[in-house]
Design a protein around this ligand. Structure first.
Ligand SMILES: Cc1ncc(COP(=O)(O)O)c(C=O)c1O
Length: 363
């Protein structure tokens, strides 16, 4: 008998599993598993959102005009080269839907963000993983995988879950070395957390090139993950093509208004950054002091490596911390079965993680 059948490849996709939000037997666990902002969001954003409560009968502005103008002004970008999405996830989705036909491929790092693979497979493309020696994206490893069916190279900078950074010179070399018909997507979801003034986020490079798209999100620094707002900046023709298939009202009114207010709230942004900049080195040093390897991070999380010895594994450490109400992310699905990713939290939670790990290792 005939039955509806998903198109080829769909059932090979491993559905995205978000960071845990619940721990058995713990009433209000602390979530350090999804790289959310532990300070919440800008109070101005909450007020802006509340002001939209009686506008639910309206369709949103399909171009997100006010938000578009504000982002363009803040980052000195041409408004018509921006596209807004239901999170930056949707911008990746629009990229793969616009540029891939079945059998094409995309390339990302060995430990690349999982959505790059899922979006590629949804478009019936092949995802290729370039080796990341020392958890760092390596341009030559990427270039070695490029062939005539390559359409997109995805790089998160800083990376997730690695937290490591690809230098500006290397990004430029990659952009220069890729064939002209391959898009380089630079995902800057964690860009703001980099505290190195020489860091290049790709926006300057993208201004003058035909093959670079830079993406950003309101989910991390601005703490608006619930509202799903991200954007991409790229060549006019690329953005124009993506815009043709974008769902017309993909960013809703509360999201547009809250994002606009968040962008203007420098005080909240600074507070969020100071928190990460204060506790990132502390966590790295303290956890390193327990004898665990911590990959140096430029983002709002740290990646911690555990031995494979039974009793001391990453999976067991995750379970141990969960019993104490601290939820962290075991990153086996990223090809790192011996590692945990921990979002930098409030002081008491960071201290709790270190104490918890000390206890775990000392058992
Ligand atoms: C590297 C990276 N890119 C993009 C995103 C997606 O962000 P958004 O909430 O804008 O879809 C995340 C979220 O975890 C991420 O880690």
């Amino acid at each position: 008998m005939k039955k509806p059948t998903p198109k080829d490849g769909i059932l090979d996709v491993e559905a995205y599993v978000p960071g845990k939000a619940k721990a058995e037997g713990v009433l209000n666990p602390v979530k350090m598993s999804a790289n959310e902002n532990p300070l919440g969001c800008s109070p101005q954003a909450s007020i802006a959102l509340a002001s939209t409560a009686y506008r639910l009968a309206e369709y949103p502005d399909p171009r997100a005009s006010a938000l578009r103008a504000a982002v363009a002004e803040k980052y000195r970008l041409e408004p018509d080269r921006l596209i807004f999405g239901c999170g930056s996830d949707e911008v990746f989705h629009l990229l793969t839907e616009t540029f891939l036909v079945p059998g094409d491929n995309t390339i990302t790092g060995e430990y690349g963000f999982l959505q790059f693979a899922i979006r590629t497979q949804a478009a019936q493309g092949e995802i290729r993983y370039a080796r990341e020696p020392n958890y760092r994206v390596d341009v030559d490893e990427i270039l070695a995988l490029v062939d005539e069916r390559t359409r997109i190279v995805f790089i998160a900078n800083p990376g997730n879950p690695s937290g490591t950074v690809l230098e500006g010179r290397e990004i430029e070399r990659l952009a220069d070395s890729l064939p002209g018909d391959v898009l380089l997507v630079i995902d800057g979801a964690y860009r703001e957390f980099v505290d190195d003034a020489s860091f290049q986020d790709g926006l300057d490079l993208a201004r003058g090139r035909e093959n670079i798209v830079v993406t950003r999100t309101f989910s991390k620094l601005h703490g608006l993950a619930a509202l799903r707002v991200g954007w991409g900046y790229g060549p006019r023709d690329v953005i124009d093509a993506m815009d043709r298939i974008r769902l017309p009202f993909n960013v809703n009114i509360p999201a547009q208004e809250a994002a606009l207010a968040a962008l203007a709230d420098e005080e909240f942004q600074q507070r969020s950054l100071q928190l990460v900049w204060r506790w990132r080195p502390w966590l790295t040093q303290q956890i390193g002091g327990l004898g665990l390897e911590v990959t140096p991070s430029a983002a709002n999380f740290v990646l911690i490596h555990f031995p494979a010895t039974p009793g001391r594994t990453a999976a067991e450490a995750e379970a141990f911390l969960a019993k104490k109400g601290l939820l962290v992310r075991h990153v086996a699905s990223y090809g790192l079965p011996n590692a945990l990713r921990i979002t930098i939290g409030l002081e008491e939670h960071n201290r709790g993680v270190v104490e918890g790990l000390r206890e775990f290792l000392g058992r």
